[in-house]
Design a protein around this ligand. Sequence first.
Ligand code: ING
Length: 328
Amino acid sequence: MTSSPALDHGMGDDTTIAASERILRVAGAQLGPIARDEPRATVVERLIGLLEAAHSQGAELVVFPELALTTFFPRWYFDSWDDIDPFFETEMPSPITAPLFERARALGVGFSLGYAELTADGHHFNTTILVERDGSVVGRYRKVHVPGHEAHEPWRPFQHLERRYFEPGDRFDAWQAFGGVVGVATCNDRRWPETYRVFGLQGCELLLIGYNTPIHYAPDPGQNRLAGFHNALVMQSGAYQNGMWVVGVAKGGVEEGVDSLAESCIIGPSGEVVARTDTTGDEVIVADCDLARCANYKTTLFDFDRYRRPEVYTRITAQRGVIAPEGS
Ligand code: ING
């Protein structure tokens, strides 16, 4: 009997998938609360302290949370941009943030940092900058999925006015950096499978996600007890389904009276959590992320080119909301 190529498994033992290691030691630098009146300079000192702790543990990349320079101001309603704009950065680095950039470059450590960005032409974004170990800027990411509401809703115990204060970004771009393919997403983006898939389709091996997640969810408080479960659920599935490392980093704890989820974690391409914070304050976690392990998933059951059926998925980009089948 002649052998058929279609019946040939074409795969040896697993050592043929990831023959050589490509290890990047990554740190998640979780933040505890930032008070409304805490000066930027003090926050930058905290960030530098976390960066130095991460470096002393051998980390080459430090992931900071979303909006890591100020309190999470979308919890308050403001009518005037004069009250809102002071929470935004008009340059990055700025005189106040420069010491973080300088310290990172001196130590040869890269980082991602979330902040509120006000552009020269007056646009407001929820932005994260990614900086390489040599201090060069890899790229800027602007949050795509902007959650919450636009108008003051006094029935809530606190507001979530991101949709009032931020315009959405319009790109998920991965970059060649840190010896692999790296992407950045922000907080609510992590709940959407499209986020991971669009990065996965660029071969992304490491996705960095900062978040501020109030545990009380006013539209449906029955979800409150599930905040930690949902956080792990979405990031672990995104990692596994796309064969990528995911680093989720919180600003956690009780900030201006609002309790926010901590539970920062580093997740491997297997979907397993390999490191997790155990406090709700400033805390560093570290993991050796072997970017070569992504191939174990990307070239086997999640070999996109072989197994995906994009022609069957046209609704994903053709429609936004639900269109139910006709009939009763
Ligand atoms: N926070 C939220 C998140 O997805 C959200 C979204 C909105 C939570 C309203 C609770 C209430 O975790 C951010 N920062 O996107």
